[in-house]
Ligand binder design. Sequence first.
Ligand SMILES: [Mg+2]
Length: 270
Amino acid sequence: MELRNEAGLNRLTYVFDLDGVIYRGYELQPHAREVILTLRNQGHAVRFYTNNSAKSRQSYVLKLDSLGIPTPIEDIMTSSYATALYFIEQNAVGKTVYRIGERGMVEEFEAVGMKVIYGDEDPDAHIDYVVVGIDRDFTYRKLARAQQAILQGAEFIATNRDATFPIEGGSILPGAGPLIAAVVIATGQEPFVVGKPETYAFNKILELTGTPPERATMVGDRLDTDILVGNRAGAHSVLVLTGISSREEAENAADGLKPERIISTLGELL
Ligand SMILES: [Mg+2]
């Protein structure tokens, strides 16, 4: 893997997961800031990509800024934003989405001109899409409405299928995956999945940066999302051991889940 270059020449694209890689909670990971700034100074493209659909890209701009990594909004990809890009690609702008999801989702969808319905709102509306992500106010009524809409022909989209949602202090809560599973069982249909480890959003990053996959590197802390998507997309993959997956898990992982490199901290990336 070519890691050094002259500014502007041999430009590479680095895609960093956020939680467990750049920060943990509100604490920067070792060397994170220095590595990002160095890569940018060397002329490489740096992008951040999180599966978390609950927050908007703007909220990540604010968070990274507060951690000393000022970042333009264009450099951030989330599973909600990638879903918004999917709507644009489908010529679906202006159509109606029923969301099982949080604030970040509605912000990204409305920003591209979608009509977004939540909960019991607008009960007679025709629904074109049902998007399911993490929703910490998930209810039986929302499940029922999603089910009805999908059975009546709405396209079923999932932002990401993470089974768990890591919170401060190392504990976990249910992620989007269990909510999606409920909709799958209720409808007998499988969703189109936008986030990691599916390649849609990752490939959007490559497309937007004009990067062929062999010139891209996915840097993440999780084998079954970050590393798998990098490998599936034909990019390089680097596991950093500051988050969820361990060296032992990486070394014993099946082919698609094996990172090309394992590093203890981001400092070793350079
Ligand atoms: Mg992570």
